[in-house]
Each structure stands twice: as C-alpha cells, then as structure tokens.
Design a protein around this ligand. Structure first.
Ligand code: FES
Length: 138
C-alpha cells in the first residue's frame, strides 16, 4: 500500500465518541460509519454491499466486532469488512423471500448474490480528532 494515495479527512473530536461510540459522518457524498471499540476506531462505508441500504440502523455487536444489516440479516466485520453472515433471513421473512424469487427474476438475482465485503477505510487520531483515510489508488 502506498500511503501517498490516501486522502485524509478530519471528521470528529475523539471526545465526542465517549457518549456516542458509533457515528454516521460524511465524506463528500459517502456516509461513513465510524465505530469506537475500546481505544480503536474503525470506519466503514454505511452502504450495505448487498443492496446499498444503511448499515447503521442495524447496530453493532461489539463482542463479535460486527455491524448488522437489518434488511436481510447480514453481518460484516467492522475490522476487515468481511461478510460473517450473508442473507441469513429466517422464518416468515425467509418464506416471503422464497416466494418473491419464484415470480420475480430480479428478486432472485438479489437474493442469490454471492457474499461481498463492506468497504473499510483507514483511521487515525491526530489533533484530538478522528481522521478517516480513503485510498484513492484502488
Ligand atoms: S441490504 Fe443489507 S443484507 Fe440486503
């Protein structure tokens, strides 16, 4: 990785995470979910890699270090972005998804997508602020 290609943005005061350890912040047009876990900060794209819906509404599991997408029950590591669970819907929701996929080819495509990781970003603390770095070399 060439650090010269990382564009850093100063986002929020470190102290602001004391009462609010998960914050939705903006870099240009992207919503970035910044998560404080003990003394470390993690930053991920708030768009679920499945259908682009908001991840912050599903909450974080700090023990497993994952963020939950409530729309189709997927879990992503906020450390690495890896999909730990993918489209893990159950019960009535699972039945409804099965039904939709029978009649709608687009729904079938959406519900049979291969797992994708969520986008992760670099973080650093400087000047009492959390900074998020986006690697522009990709
Ligand atoms: S939009 Fe997140 S799992 Fe479907």
């Amino acid at each position: 990785m060439n650090n010269n290609n990382i564009e850093w943005t100063k986002l929020a005061e470190v102290n602001s995470f004391q009462d609010n350890p998960q914050q939705l912040l903006k870099i240009k047009r992207d919503d970035i979910l910044v998560i404080k876990d003990e003394e470390k900060f993690y930053a991920i794209n708030n768009r679920c890699p499945h259908l682009g819906l908001a991840l912050n509404v599903g909450g974080c599991d700090m023990k497993n270090k994952t963020v939950h997408c409530k729309f189709h029950s997927s879990d992503f590591s906020f450390e690495t972005g890896e999909a730990k669970e993918w489209l893990n819907v159950k019960g009535f929701e699972k039945f409804m998804m099965w039904l939709f996929t029978k009649f709608d080819p687009d729904a079938k495509k959406m519900m049979t997508m291969e797992p994708k990781p969520v986008e992760t970003f670099h973080t650093k603390v400087e000047d009492d602020h959390v900074w998020v770095g986006i690697d522009n070399s990709a």
